[in-house]
Write a protein that binds this ligand. Structure first.
Ligand code: ZN
Length: 387
């Protein structure tokens, strides 16, 4: 591809992106102080404009130099005209087409960041001094009392304003401890700010291992940078750990590799409340992270372990989805086993992934289970990969 064709190619991709972005979303920003969609586009486009000269291209004749001002005052970009005229070529010169909108497929994590910034956080009181927070990311358990609040998981980083408001709304106890059920961004994203708020962080040792370095999650087509120092768990354990806080015994147990290699359960013994992390998604297809030790068979093995542990009176907090109990754990295991068997049989017949997805082996649960983080097609892909 010649340089000018390449610029044209990126130009088209930019326009497609701008057109796919609803006009009202141009003013959206993750948190105050961070560029809005519109400002981000403008930054890429105008800040690098001078590079056109460097690579020997002429400035597009119809570029309006006042566009930045116009855009900011109107809150959105006059999209097609602007991008077609200028932005694209400049952006391409700076970043190269690959860095912009190639076929990398890295959309799920950025979407989750965006959603979490505005997602409503709801609080449900469970038993004794334990509540649960539901938002766009992983479910947070909150244990309150004289030792200060203890949290299990910390959501996506962009959820901070709503999460901190919800936590403060429970009572005035300061946040003192945080436990991570595993290393994923939708459970550890708040680690840094929760730590800054006064909490020490506890996790299984593989959570620290993954947070310390840049980690690629192939299933999400996303590479996470190493977490900042304040987000790193200060205490880790290998298999089992027990602690006491707020008149409560907390028993932490490492699963065999399941959803990742860092999953733990947290049992609040006296209240008989059990947080499973992402080994259990209540009426949602789970993500399975093969890049850091997860597999469909591990996910099923953990589901069996949860069923072996659950009692009739136990309240179970899943990683994602509504609070449940024994029947929900059994249903989750049954759906996982059923789909694993169906996909394995199809794969054994030589069917491609596309053919398996087209055969819709998960048709009867798709409507209810496929509306969350993972679409049916994505989930089938993770199953297919592991059988
Ligand atoms: Zn996870």
């Amino acid at each position: 591809m010649s340089p000018s064709n390449e610029l044209l190619h990126v130009s088209e991709q930019w326009i497609a992106l701008a057109e796919a972005t609803p006009a009202e979303k141009f003013a959206w920003r993750p948190v105050s102080g961070v560029r809005s969609t519109s400002e981000m586009y403008m930054h890429i486009v105008t800040a690098n404009f001078g590079l056109l000269k460097v690579i020997g291209l002429d400035t597009p004749a119809d570029l309006n130099p006042r566009l930045m001002t116009i855009t900011e005052s109107r809150g959105h970009i006059p999209r097609r005209r602007f991008l077609a005229a200028a932005g694209v070529t400049a952006a391409a010169a700076w970043l190269g087409p690959r860095a912009l909108f190639d076929e990398s497929g890295d959309v799920l994590v950025p979407n989750a960041f965006r959603e979490a910034a505005t997602a409503k956080i709801t609080v449900q009181t469970l038993r004794r001094n334990i509540s649960v927070l539901f938002g766009a990311g992983g479910n947070i358990a909150v244990l309150t009392g004289p030792d200060g609040k203890l949290l299990v998981d910390a959501e996506i980083v962009t959820a901070r304003p709503n999460v901190s408001k919800a936590i403060a709304g429970i009572n005035a106890d300061p946040i003192k401890q945080l436990i991570n059920t595993h290393w994923h961004f939708d459970h550890t994203g708040g680690n840094e700010w929760v730590h800054e708020a006064g909490a020490s962080i506890l996790a299984q040792e593989n959570t620290r291992k993954h947070l310390l370095v840049g980690t690629r999650v192939e299933g999400w087509k996303h590479t996470f940078p190493a977490a900042p120092p304040g987000a790193i768990p200060s205490t880790v354990f290998a298999e089992n750990h027990t602690l006491h806080a707020n008149h409560t015994t907390l028993v932490l147990k490492h699963y065999l590799p399941a959803h990742t290699d860092s999953d733990i359960s947290v049992h609040f013994v006296e209240a008989d409340v059990f947080h499973t992390g992402d080994t259990f998604w209540n009426r949602n297809y789970p993500f399975i992270d093969y890049s850091t030790g997860g597999s469909i068979d591990g996910q099923i093995r953990a589901a069996e372990a949860n069923i072996a542990k659950v009692t009739d009176s136990m309240i179970v907090i899943p990683g994602h989805g509504a609070v449940g109990g024994k029947a929900d754990l059994v249903l989750f295991r049954d759906v996982m086993v059923d789909l694993r068997e169906k996909v394995a049989a199809l794969k054994k017949q030589g069917r491609s992934l596309a053919e398996v997805i087209a055969a819709r082996p998960s048709a009867c649960t798709d409507e209810e289970w496929g509306n969350g983080f993972m679409t049916p097609a994505l989930f089938l892909e993770w199953v297919y990969q592991g059988v």
